[in-house]
Design a protein around this ligand. Structure first.
Ligand code: 6GU
Length: 241
């Protein structure tokens, strides 16, 4: 999969994309990232990429022309155009999965002070990564690349990793432990040491359901569960939680 990033700060992407799993995926050629400087497409002696807002007001506004020229130069081979903005659709796992099916994503990094409204018309999709305001779309672009990139076949070591994790099944992940068995009086749950795989699976499923119900009730209604899963929810409700 190929990502093209249109940004005023291409250096922003150097270190994060060299690290860890995404860094390895790029080294292996599973993911390709090209960061393009919008300023390279700005005209005039000063190559300005922003200007004063028509109608007055605070701050500067990103100009439509440099972004349009940058996109035209980059888009030759097609690809879905994503604009990062707090006004976009909320980014979530389902959207990451949908985007991971694309061959190529072009991400335009918006800037916080604002951009010419005509820039919106260049995008197929506007995406926000949450209800807070960031100084620019560079961190959202990294978030999108990370969440999408890890879903590309071969990027994660084991294919099951991507499916069994939080959100993929609509539930939060169960608690994990590694050695030592006891640390400062805090013990690993007995069942995990039992070697009884059926019991371990049952415990993990129950913990996932409990955690989701308690921490992120917005993700589940409880109604969708049957059998033992349903019992777990009913017990939580009875206990007044
Ligand atoms: Cl995509 N951009 C900016 N500037 N702020 C945000 C955002 C995007 N998503 C959440 N906050």
């Amino acid at each position: 999969m190929r990502f093209d990033i249109l940004t005023l700060f291409p250096d922003f992407f150097i270190s994060p994309l060299e690290q860890s799993i995404i860094g390895k995926a790029i080294a292996k050629g599973l993911i390709e990232v090209h960061a393009h400087n919008i300023r390279d497409y700005a005209r005039g002696k000063h190559r300005t990429t922003d200007d004063y807002p028509y109608g007055g007001g605070h701050g500067m506004v990103m100009k439509v022309e440099p972004v349009t020229l940058a996109l035209e130069a980059v888009k030759g081979g097609g690809g879905k155009v994503v604009l990062t903005t707090p006004q976009g659709v909320p980014f979530n796992h389902a959207l990451a999965e949908a985007l991971s099916k694309e061959d190529r994503l072009i991400i335009i990094c918006g800037r916080y002070e604002g951009f010419d409204e005509r820039i919106r018309g260049l995008a197929d999709l506007e995406v926000s990564i949450g209800d807070y305001v960031l100084t620019g779309g560079e961190i959202p672009a990294l978030v999108i690349m990370d969440a999408v990139g890890r879903l590309i076949p071969g990027v994660l070591g084991e294919p099951e990793s991507a499916v069994s994790e939080s959100y993929a099944g609509g539930l939060l992940e169960y608690p994990q432990y590694t050695r030592p068995e006891e640390f400062r009086g805090k013990k690993v749950p007995e069942v995990l040491l039992s070697g009884n795989h059926a019991e371990i699976e049952k415990w993990r499923r129950a913990e996932s359901i409990k955690r989701t119900y308690l921490k992120r009730p917005d993700l589940i209604s409880g109604e969708e569960f049957t059998g033992n899963d349903r019992k777990i929810i009913e017990e939580l409700k009875k206990s007044g939680k």
